[in-house]
Design a protein around this ligand. Structure first.
Ligand code: SF4
Length: 428
């Protein structure tokens, strides 16, 4: 029996695609293993969104080259392949390279089968899942926003949506197999339907909530898509997790304009307030970039103060690094590394405080949380809840199982802001 190992870097879309690629191999008799088991095939699904993501991708490839069985193959796929690197040239003979639009062909190429169905990503679907309890479902690819710092429009191409029928078929199959939670993913999810007639993300969600799937989570959505139609719908649907990840990127209007973002800080604050009015307990997380070309102390201070005032529950902080092809890579960028590190650290600290405050709020308000149990760590089952906090549930009677959907209520903070110790919710 042939063995396969897969490593995924980057976003939820990549995670979905890894599941789909793996599914093709497993259906044909391959067994999933880890790198220590000398796999016959190792797949590295790469990312190039930051310098660090590229470094991690190269590291994973080097490890794969050391671990592969004699005669085995190391497959490198995804955004970093699209971008290109001298690293690939140096190792060309040992690697099989697949850019994003050829990921669906990996199995046929490796098995040297004739590829007679050259479909695009829309056929890269999976009804089995090996890597996740909460299953990513890819519905969209590509972006045409061309934010000044971002390489994705160059490596993922223009927006393209998966037909609604194909999405619903997959969701129904997953629900029938006992999957409780799906995560809708896309490179720019809010652009769903952009290339289809009379469809948008709201229509898609209206269809998905009618299926038997019990919990639906949205991956990152750009702020301008939270309009007066979408917000009330999100608030009216029990199945949709009250967790929204909304990229901010900067709290300075000058920097936002340079980044080619299409909203101001005033617009952003209004959107967050509208969501919080409709869903007061919702978890809202933001991405922010520090050290964008020309970001002064004053502009950074504005970002810090703006985020401090935002009613959010967590923060993802990235340090700017120039990406080939992008408009920002041509801008003057002379920020001292120590300064950008300090800025990053102060925002990480602020993010930590926000997370802590939100966790305390959930405890005080006794907000019921729904979570699909994922793994058991010592005496606790753990998972990420619908409100995007990690929960730890004691299972004294040994009745819980992986994949069960539980409603719980928070009791106390776990040490180091790690999450919440919870117990099962009861109505009395
Ligand atoms: S919206 Fe902007 S940041 Fe997001 S993928 Fe598109 S170009 Fe990149």
């Amino acid at each position: 029996m042939k063995k396969i190992s897969i490593t995924t870097l980057g976003c939820k879309t990549n995670q979905f695609e890894s599941e789909a690629i793996l599914n093709q191999f497993v259906k044909h008799g391959y067994v999933l293993c880890n790198l220590n088991d000398k796999p016959d095939i190792v797949i590295i699904n790469t990312c190039c969104v930051t310098n660090r993501a590229e470094y991690k991708s190269r590291y994973a490839i080097r490890r794969a080259l050391k671990s592969i069985s004699p005669g085995g193959k190391v497959v490198v796929a995804g955004c970093y392949v699209n971008k290109g690197s001298s690293f690939f040239e140096k190792n060309r003979k040992q690697l099989s390279l697949f850019p994003n639009d050829q990921k669906h062909e990996i199995f046929c190429h490796i098995e040297e089968l004739v590829e007679d169905n050259p479909q695009i990503f829309l056929e890269l679907s999976t009804d089995s899942y090996y890597l996740h309890t909460r299953v990513p479902v890819k519905v969209q690819d590509g972006c045409n926003f061309f934010c000044a710092y971002c390489i994705l429009p160059y490596v993922r191409g223009k927006p393209i949506s998966r037909p609604i029928r194909s999405v619903i078929e997959q969701v129904n199959t997953l629900a029938a197999k006992g999957v409780k939670e799906i995560i809708l993913t896309g490179i720019n999810l809010g652009l769903y339907g952009f290339d289809l007639e009379n469809y948008n993300l709201l229509y898609l969600l209206k269809e998905i909530v009618r299926t038997d799937i019990q919990q639906i989570r949205l991956s990152s959505i750009e702020p301008m898509f939270f309009d007066d139609d979408l917000i009330p719908f999100l608030a009216s649907q029990e199945k949709i997790c009250p967790h929204f990840h909304i990229p901010l990127q900067s709290g300075s209007d000058i920097v936002l304009a340079k980044m080619n973002r299409t909203y101001s800080t005033t617009d952003f604050m209004k959107i967050i307030e509208n969501i919080k009015t409709a869903l007061p307990d919702a978890a809202i997380g933001c991405d922010v970039i520090v050290g964008f070309p020309g970001e002064t102390d004053e502009e950074f201070r504005k970002t810090y103060d703006f985020i401090e005032d935002l009613p959010i529950s967590y923060l993802h902080v990235f340090r700017y690094s120039p990406r080939k092809f992008t408009k920002a890579s041509e801008m003057k960028w002379d920020l001292n590394g120590t300064v950008s590190k300090k800025r990053m650290q102060s925002l990480l600290k602020l993010g930590h405080t926000k997370k802590n405050e939100y966790s305390k709020y959930l405890i005080e308000k006794k907000v019921p949380l729904k979570a699909v149990l994922e793994t058991k760590e010592k005496e606790y089952w753990t998972s990420v809840s619908d409100h995007y906090v990690r929960i730890f549930l004691k299972d004294d009677n040994n009745t819980a199982e992986n994949g069960m959907l539980k409603t719980v209520v928070s009791r106390e903070l776990k040490t180091d802001n790690e999450g919440l110790i919870v117990e099962e919710f009861s109505h009395d």
